[in-house]
Design a protein around this ligand. Structure first.
Ligand SMILES: [Zn+2]
Length: 320
């Protein structure tokens, strides 16, 4: 089994290669796959090539930076199930990555202790305590700091091994015989009937069990949070600065693919409305070239519509 110190060292070795001028971050996702082989993926935060060359690194995509965070980059690049795997990161994680890590079924996060000393963290530590750590706790993720000099592992949050997070809006699985335009259109039609006016997304996937499925995800509070209690739901639905506890449906699906080791079938991806700016940037990071949109005028906010125009105009994503 790979030691978290080894995986962290790999991230620390890679961090200087981050193209970000000031906040250089790297992460590793590691674990043991079903067949007993260790896996290990490391990435820095970075601009996907297509965004860097066609749009540039100084332009926001909608209201989102064009960068993919290191933790999320690892998860978008996974082909083996990340359920139960671990993640090392050189800096404390942001709430958006916390949500992705939770959806991807990661069970341990290790943070380089030196990350807590950087100005970058000190400026934004509020969100780490009030959101990132809460998300980890609800999702049942252990969090440790690693001291790379003394090789000590310092617990920040340890979860009862019997704890099971709530999932009150699990992803729907529909087995399909083949993935083509005709079956895709039928699945979209049926899902539109079932989830009327709600925000949801569909992905056709090749699963590890050798079968094909249509996966359907609704927008929902991140794993571990329930929207069934009205008081809590209002709190969860209220954004805190630029963050919220709601996981958007396209992001949910992308992270679920990592969690289960499914592969998206040649961009058979659908969203009932235009995804948020951040979701669209993540799609570029996942090398998705096409997404079908139900209502092309509707989005959570106008920034998503702007992001769509930018990515469509630069021919990075086809929204047909
Ligand atoms: Zn992040």
């Amino acid at each position: 089994m790979i030691s978290p110190f080894t995986a962290m060292q790999d991230a620390l070795d890679l961090v200087p290669t981050s193209p970000h001028p000031s906040n250089k971050i790297a992460a590793s996702v590691f674990g043991r796959a079903l067949h007993g082989k260790d896996f290990w993926v490391t990435h820095t935060n970075h601009w996907p090539d297509k965004i860097a060359t066609a749009i540039g690194v100084d332009t926001k995509i909608g209201n989102s930076s064009g960068t993919i965070h290191a933790e999320t980059a690892c998860l978008l690049d996974m082909t083996l199930p990340t359920e139960g795997a671990s993640l090392c990161v050189t800096d404390p994680f942001c709430p958006n990555c916390a949500k992705n890590i939770a959806e991807a079924g990661i069970k341990n996060i290790y943070i380089d202790e030196q990350g807590f000393e950087k100005d970058f963290f000190k400026r934004r530590s509020g969100h780490f305590d009030t959101m990132s750590m809460q998300i980890a706790e609800r999702a049942g993720i252990n969090v440790y700091a690693l001291n790379m000099i003394t090789k000590k592992q310092i617990p920040i949050l340890e979860i009862d091994p019997d704890y099971k997070p709530i999932e009150d809006s699990p992803i729907d699985y529909i087995e399909i015989k083949k993935a083509d335009e005709e079956s895709f259109t039928t699945i979209i039609f049926n899902a539109e009937e079932k989830h009327k006016r709600r925000k949801f997304a569909i992905a056709l996937v090749d699963a590890l069990d050798g079968r094909k499925y249509a996966l359907i995800a609704r927008a929902h509070a991140v794993i571990g949070y329930s929207l069934s209690k009205p008081d809590e739901a209002i709190e969860l639905l209220t954004p805190i600065d630029k963050y919220s506890f709601i996981q958007e449906p396209v992001n949910r699906l992308m992270m679920h693919l990592a969690r289960k080791g499914h592969r998206l079938i040649s961009d058979f991806l659908y969203c009932s409305q235009v995804p948020t700016s951040r979701e669209q940037v993540n799609l570029v990071g996942a090398r998705v070239k096409r997404i079908t949109i139900g209502n092309i005028q509707k989005c959570r906010d106008p920034h998503g519509l702007k992001a769509m125009k930018q990515l469509q105009g630069s021919k990075i994503i086809d929204y047909g």
